[in-house]
Design a protein around this ligand. Structure first.
Ligand code: PHE
Length: 329
C-alpha cells in the first residue's frame, strides 16, 4: 500500500499521526528529497521540486481528510456512550420534603411558639457546669450514669440533653422566663430506640414564687400531646430527675394498639414520651435565683416522630432510606 492508501485506512488518530511522521517527517522520503535538491542537476531541479511539492500536498490533504473522518467518528462514539435520555424520567412532581425528624421538630416548636414560649439555642459542646453541676448533678452523683456521656479531652462534654440551655438562659436574664430550646444531643447508645445523636426540645417557665404550679405544667403538656398525637389518653407518672422536684414522666396511650397492649408498648398500653417536673430549688440556687418557682420539661423528637409516624426502628430515620422518606412528601 502506498502512503495515501495507508492514510485512508488508518484506524485511529494515533495511527494516523504515526503515518504523518513517517510520510512527511524529517526522515521521510519527501523531506530527504528536498534536502537532496541542492545536489541535483540544475536543469532537473524545478521538475524534482514540483514533484516533491505535489507529493507533499497530496499527503497533507489525505491526512487532513482522514483526520476529519476519525475525529467525527470519535465524537459520535463518545456522544452515544454518554447520552442521557432526558425524556426518560419525569421529575416534575418530585419536590423535596422535610425529613420526618425536622417535620416533628417544627410541629413541636410551632406549638410552643404559639403558647408564647421564646426560642433559645445553646452549645452542643458544653462544660460540665452547664450540662451537670448547675442541674443538681454534682461530680460522682450516681444519676450521671443515667446518661452515657461522650467526654472530650479538655473537660468538655457533648451535651447529653438540652437542659444546659435552661442554665444559659437563667444566667443571661431575669425571670419571667418562658423558653423552648430545640437541638441535637449525644449519648453513647445504639439500638432499636436509641441513636448516639438525637434531638430534644427543652421547655422552661419561671416566674415569681407561686405564679407557676404543677397544674400549669400538666395542662400545657396534655394540650400539646393532644395537638401532636390527636385524641389519645395522657398520664403523668411519678419519676426522678435531679433537676426537678417533684418529677414526672408522661405517657400517651399506645398509638400502635390503641392501649390494648402490643410489642411496641411492651403490653402496658402506654408509651413514655417525655420527662418533666417543677424546677429543683438547687438549680435556682446555682443560677442565683430567689423567690421564684417554675417548671421544666424535655422531650425526645425522634421518639415523638417514630410514634406519630409509626416507624418501628428509629435507626431507619438516619439511613436516608428513600422508600421510607418518600412517604413523607
Ligand atoms: N433532661 C431530661 C432528659 O434528657 C429531660 C427533662 C428535662 C426532664 C427537663 C425534666 C425536666 O432525660
Amino acid at each position: 500500500m502506498n502512503y495515501v492508501e495507508q492514510i485512508n485506512a488508518a484506524p485511529t488518530i494515533d495511527a494516523l499521526e504515526r503515518l504523518r511522521v513517517e510520510a512527511l517527517g524529517k526522515k521521510s522520503a519527501v523531506s530527504e528529497g528536498f534536502a537532496a535538491l541542492k545536489n541535483a542537476a540544475p536543469e532537473e531541479k524545478a521538475k524534482i521540486a514540483a514533484e516533491l511539492n505535489r507529493q507533499k500536498e497530496e499527503l497533507t490533504a489525505a491526512i487532513g481528510a482522514r483526520r476529519a473522518v476519525l475525529e467525527s467518528a470519535e465524537f459520535e462514539a463518545k456522544a452515544a456512550k454518554e447520552a442521557v435520555d432526558i425524556t426518560m424520567l419525569d421529575f416534575s412532581d418530585r419536590g423535596g420534603s422535610l425529613h420526618p425528624i425536622n417535620r416533628a421538630m417544627e410541629e413541636i416548636v410551632e406549638y410552643f411558639l404559639g403558647m408564647n414560649f421564646e426560642l433559645k439555642n445553646g452549645p452542643l459542646v458544653e462544660d460540665e457546669f452547664h450540662n451537670f453541676e448547675a442541674l443538681n448533678l454534682p461530680k460522682h452523683h450516681p444519676a450521671r450514669e443515667m446518661q452515657d456521656t461522650f467526654y472530650m479531652s479538655d473537660g468538655m462534654v457533648l451535651r447529653t440533653h438540652t437542659s444546659n440551655v435552661q442554665i444559659h438562659t437563667m444566667l443571661a436574664q431575669k425571670p419571667p422566663i418562658r423558653m423552648i430550646a430545640p437541638g441535637a444531643v449525644f449519648r453513647r447508645d445504639y439500638d432499636l430506640t436509641h441513636t448516639p445523636m438525637f434531638h430534644q426540645v427543652e421547655g422552661l417557665a419561671v416566674d415569681e414564687k407561686g405564679a407557676i404550679s404543677f397544674a400549669n405544667l400538666k395542662h400545657i403538656l396534655e394540650d400539646f400531646l393532644n395537638s401532636f398525637f390527636g385524641d389519645f389518653p395522657v398520664r403523668f407518672r411519678p419519676s426522678f430527675f435531679p433537676f426537678t422536684e417533684p418529677s414526672a414522666e408522661v405517657d400517651v396511650g399506645c398509638v400502635f394498639c390503641g392501649s390494648k397492649g402490643c410489642r411496641m408498648c411492651k403490653n402496658t398500653g402506654w408509651l413514655e414520651v417525655l420527662g418533666c417536673g417543677m424546677v429543683d430549688p438547687n438549680v435556682f440556687k446555682a443560677v442565683g435565683y430567689e423567690n421564684v418557682s417554675g417548671y421544666a420539661f424535655g422531650m425526645g423528637v425522634e421518639r415523638l416522630a417514630t410514634l406519630k409516624y409509626r416507624v418501628g426502628d428509629l435507626r431507619s430515620l438516619f439511613e436516608s432510606d428513600l422508600d421510607l422518606l418518600e412517604q413523607f412528601r
